[in-house]
Design a protein around this ligand. Structure first.
Ligand code: IPM
Ligand code: MG
Length: 376
């Protein structure tokens, strides 16, 4: 911890620089940290721990956010609300009204993971995953950024050969609020032979693209002459990702293909436990979440890799709040922690220090505190 800022804590009136009326803002969020000098900015963050390993990884990311805020001279006010299975158990629905309105009222939303065996057989509208889709739709966060970078420290954890994986640094830009995930009609029926059928609709409007993908993107490309554009069918893209992933810089794709390709890309980097994401819309708060799931098989055992969520917190700082230097502090700390040999089970290799989620978090905090980041 930064002793100079954390010692002699006493309550203070945070200086709020938001456009929202104070009456709406202050009572809903509790101040969670204090420092010697009043911070110059305050941000309201909605925390959605969710299910499975969600609470464990969110707790680490929250500590990292608090520490960088104290170092950068701003503060966070966190409000934790339920989503997914946790919300189903508490309220009977996967996205309670209050969760969505709290998220909408905040400056950014950080989510852990949702889902678990317990709710697997629920009807669709009562599945944890439905809550996540409702949240994305409710926040209108249509652009989902999923970076996949092979870190030099983890190149041996990749399932691909070293010379194929080394140096991969790509971004999947996934459309997030359209396509088959939301298209109607959908459902189950019986065909003329009396056989049961299921149907979904892959539908896109022009602001979301897809069917209109080639046309829209080609038209837009003339406005960006410095961007080289090529089109690829998704089956070929899936193949090329494991054949020669370095050919990709940015992959712009629809909702379902982006879901699949980003999971595929994650394995190139060594572990899905490393990959963050940012979902942003035209205005309003962004939603930041690791791309991994709730891993119910290791939940509550202090085995989860918190780094994808910590890196999602860095994306929150960069894309959600414009706090570039704080974002870089977190990213530098993650690299430093890996350099010092700390590994959770998913990225462990012989000779490294195997640690649990909590210890990994503590090491990241240590690195945040000690790693000097040059000003932007
Ligand atoms: C993801 C997940 C979700 C999705 C599920 C949990 C609904 O796989 O964020 O990639 O398909 O978008
Ligand atoms: Mg997915």
């Amino acid at each position: 911890m930064a002793a100079s800022l954390q010692l002699n804590c006493k309550p203070f009136a945070p200086l709020l620089l938001h456009s929202k009326p104070a009456s709406k803002r202050v009572p809903r969020f509790s101040t969670v940290r204090c420092c010697a000098a009043a911070p110059s900015k305050s941000y309201n963050i909605t925390l959605l721990s969710g299910d499975g390993i969600g609470p464990e990884v969110i707790s680490v990311a929250k500590s990292a956010l608090q520490l960088v805020a104290s170092l950068e001279g701003f503060e966070f006010k966190f409000k934790e609300v339920p989503v997914g299975g946790a919300a189903l158990d508490l309220t009977g629905v996967p996205l309670p009204e209050e969760t969505l309105s709290t998220a909408k009222d905040s400056d950014a939303v950080l989510l852990g993971a949702i889902g678990g065996y317990k709710w697997d057989n629920n009807e669709k509208h009562l599945k944890p995953e439905t809550g996540l889709l409702q949240l994305r739709a409710g926040l209108k966060v249509f652009a989902n950024l999923r970076p996949a970078t092979v870190l030099p420290q983890l190149v041996d954890a990749s399932t691909l050969k070293k010379d194929v994986a080394e140096g991969v640094d790509l971004m999947v830009v996934r459309e997030l609020t359209g396509g088959i995930y939301f298209g109607k009609p959908r459902g189950f029926s019986t065909n003329e032979n009396g056989e049961e059928i299921g149907f979904n609709t892959e539908v896109y409007s022009s602001h979301e693209a897809s069917m209109l993908w080639r046309k829209r993107v080609t038209a837009l490309s003339s406005e960006y002459p410095d961007v080289e554009l090529s089109h690829m069918y998704v089956d070929n893209a899936a193949m090329q990702l494991v054949r020669n992933p370095k050919q990709f810089d940015t992959i712009v794709t629809n909702n379902i293909f982006g879901d699949i390709l980003s999971d595929e890309a994650s394995m190139i980097t060594g572990s899905i436990g490393m990959l963050p994401s940012a979902s942003i819309g035209e205005s309003g708060p962004g939603l930041f979440e690791p791309i991994h799931g709730s891993a119910p098989d290791i939940a509550g055992q202090d085995k989860a890799n918190p780094l994808a969520t910590v890196l999602s917190a860095a994306m929150l700082l960069r894309y959600g709040l414009g706090e570039e230097k704080a974002a870089r502090r977190i990213e530098a700390a993650v690299l430093d922690t890996l350099d010092r040999g700390y590994r959770t089970g998913d990225i462990y290799s012989a000779g490294q220090k195997l640690v649990g989620c909590k210890e990994m978090g503590e090491q990241v905090l240590k690195s945040i505190d000690s790693k000097v980041v040059t000003p932007v």
